[in-house]
Write a protein that binds this ligand. Structure first.
Ligand SMILES: *Cc1c(COP(=O)(O)O)cnc(C)c1O
Length: 449
């Protein structure tokens, strides 16, 4: 056991230490070499150290360097070393973290992390929380609690009786709501398209003055951090309209909610604590390993009503909160361990510094690309930069060439009709020098593409 675990540590460390010197995207040859995995199911056992060697020699080169310093695709953080180390240790523990009583460490660390997160993100201290796979499932948790609460107020028990014959719920979303919100609405039987869409402004923010009049059971989905522009809805204004009318306000803040943890950008999340439920990711801006999402719900009873199950064989009474009372999953890994490690090591200042540094680096990208004559399509208010290198065809060619060049990686999007390269700065490891080096590579590639 000792030798294979030491071998894994050695190989992991070598992987991370050499990331900076390799192409961010894997080479075509490395991807081609994956065919070596496509062998018949082995009949007999083989040496575990050979298994690990195969994994590293064939698997590692065909990864994208998402853990590295110059990956700017999709809003993907890296992993702070202490969180990866905590992940290794928690892996060794192999706790079934769904159950509070049998897994005191894992459950207690979640409970403490939850308290810290509510403080850090300016959310009501009475919130319940779910440690889930990502913001998609966190949106599902928040909206499931919303569905419970608005129907309960209308005299309907949705968990017991389902939606057939239930009073209708009006669901209001911004035209730029993330597809994981509409997917969650679909899973919950509320319908992906059976929604009232509020038009957005040029940055993708909901135009609050165009929100419909609210009557009857209503759920409103706001957003902090548009995936393209990084723009944040005016949650305070949305709540001023919605709350007196009895609507439930859910905030998808997958990365934008972290603005609340800063001094410089907290205004983007002003009034966020007035909402009823929130979804965010830890694997994005908190820089913990995949996968790690978080849901917070002010009305703990509503979340528990939507999620908890009971069975004779499952312990329910416990001094430590029972994590599976708040999540779609029963059995699951101890996600709170890495969240705790990140918060314990960074502290309030460290989190704020990391977020603010990435925001400054996004502005640095925008300034460098503007100086080189390229057009920035968004207000760089957070960590997102949209750049066009010319028309759609030219921009597409540049993006492909940037990815092939391998200095850095950024993806493609279409923003309000314009094809753009989308740069997301969300890694603890990115330095200003990395930004400058990436801008230089983009400019150089763009001249010839
Ligand atoms: C990333 C993102 C999601 C989905 O998060 P996952 O962690 O991929 O499930 C939802 N909403 C927004 C705004 C996002 O940026």
């Amino acid at each position: 056991m000792k030798s294979i675990l030491n071998d894994a540590a050695t190989r992991s460390i070598r992987y991370l230490e050499t990331l900076d010197a390799r192409s961010v995207a894997p080479t075509a040859a490395a991807v081609e070499a994956l065919r070596a995995f496509d062998e018949p199911l082995p009949q007999t056992a083989s040496d575990p150290s050979d298994v690990l060697r195969l994994l590293d020699e064939i698997g590692s080169p065909a990864t994208t360097a998402m853990a590295g310093r110059r990956f700017f695709g999709f809003v993907i953080g890296g992993s702070l070393p202490v969180t990866l180390a905590a992940n290794w240790l928690a892996g060794a523990w192999d706790q079934n973290a769904g159950l509070g009583k049998p897994t005191p460490s894992a459950s207690y660390l979640e409970q403490v992390s939850l308290r810290w997160l509510l403080e850090l993100l300016q959310l009501p201290r009475e919130c319940a929380g779910s440690f889930v796979t990502g913001a998609t499932v966190a949106n599902l948790c928040g909206l499931a609690a919303a569905r419970h609460a608005v129907l309960q107020r209308a005299g309907w028990n949705v968990e017991a009786d389902g939606l057939f014959g239930a009073p209708p719920i009006t669901v209001v979303i911004g035209a730029e709501a993330h597809p994981s919100v509409t997917k969650s609405l679909g899973v919950l039987g509320l319908g992906r398209t059976r929604v009232v869409k509020v038009p957005v402004d040029g940055q993708g923010r909901m135009r609050v003055e165009l929100m419909p009049a609210i009557a009857g059971p209503t759920i409103i989905c706001a957003q902090l951090g548009n995936v393209n522009t990084g723009a944040c809805d005016d949650v305070a204004a949305i709540c001023r309209r919605a709350k007196p009318a009895g609507a439930w306000v859910h905030v998808d803040g997958a990365f934008g909610l972290w603005a609340a943890a800063t001094r410089s950008h907290a205004h983007l999340a002003a009034g966020v604590g007035e909402a009823d439920s929130w979804a965010t990711d830890a694997h994005k801006w908190l820089n913990v390993p995949y996968d790690s999402g978080l849901a917070f719900v002010r009305d703990a009873h509503a979340l528990k009503a939507a999620m908890a199950i009971t069975a004779e064989y499952l312990p329910s009474e416990s001094a430590i909160r029972n994590p599976s009372d708040f999540t779609p999953e029963l059995s699951r890994r101890a996600r709170g361990v890495e969240v705790w490690a990140a918060l314990r090591s960074l502290g309030r200042d460290g989190v704020a510094d990391m977020i603010e540094r990435n925001c400054a680096q996004a502005r640095r990208f925008a300034a460098g690309l503007t100086a080189a004559g390229f057009e920035i399509l968004n207000d760089v208010a957070l960590n997102q930069v949209l750049v066009a290198f010319g028309d759609a065809e030219k921009t597409k060619r540049v993006i492909e060439a940037v990815q092939a060049d391998g200095t850095c990686w950024a993806g493609i999007t279409v923003w309000q009709g314009r094809t753009a390269m989308r740069i997301s700065v969300s890694s603890w490891a990115t330095t200003d020098a990395d930004v400058d080096r990436s801008v230089a590579a983009m400019v150089c590639v763009a001249r010839t593409a």
